[in-house]
Design a protein around this ligand. Structure first.
Ligand code: SF4
Length: 188
């Protein structure tokens, strides 16, 4: 979830906030602008998504921006090497808030087949991720599906006190949850 700074965050909870939430969500989801950069083979599929055959423009988001200052969506397309990690983080930091991230492909999501010292084992080690898109490489249709799912997520995003309430509920549920595995051996 991207950081938000603005008046909409200061509104008290109630009818007005709910209305502003819906309006802000509608406008944000329909005006996503991705940052222009690609890291490896997945980037070829991302470029194909923007070309005529798949026509990302149908979703109003074909305007890949050359400057991170004008972008609010980061599509991490390809494996992230340790050398590139600080650069990816810098681009993310320079993007306008609120901002969102798609980890495109197995490598960006988890390191993929590159289980070695040179590759970051999932881009979520360096930036927050909103959508993980599996595949090697994911096809343009899959990227579009991920973007539509992100639209849905952004359209339902809560603001201010409503969001704080949800964060508290999620934290409480996580603390109350039973462990999903049993510790064995020396750790038991
Ligand atoms: S997921 Fe596959 S296509 Fe994408 S960067 Fe990794 S190896 Fe390349």
């Amino acid at each position: 979830m991207g950081l938000v700074v603005g008046l909409e965050e200061k509104l008290p909870s109630g009818f007005l906030l709910t209305t502003v939430e819906k309006l802000a969500g509608y406008m944000r989801k329909n005006s996503l602008w991705p940052a222009t950069f690609g890291l490896a083979c997945c980037a070829i599929e991302m470029m194909a998504s923007g070309a005529g055959r798949y026509d990302l423009a149908r979703f109003g988001m074909e305007v890949f921006r050359a400057s991170p200052r004008q972008a609010d969506l980061m599509i991490v397309a390809g494996r992230v090497s340790n050398k590139m990690a600080p650069v990816v983080r810098q681009i993310y930091d320079q993007m306008a808030a609120p901002k969102w991230t798609i980890a495109m492909g197995a490598c960006a999501s988890s390191g993929g087949m590159f289980n070695n010292y040179a590759i970051v084992q999932g881009v979520d080690h360096i930036i927050p991720v909103d959508i993980y898109l599996p595949g090697c490489p994911p096809r343009p249709e899959m990227l579009m599906d991920a973007i539509l799912k992100l639209h849905e997520q952004i359209g339902n995003e809560k603001l201010g006190p409503n969001r704080e309430k949800i964060i508290k509920e999620v934290e409480a549920a996580a603390l109350a949850a039973k462990p999903t595995h049993q510790l064995k051996g020396l750790l038991a």
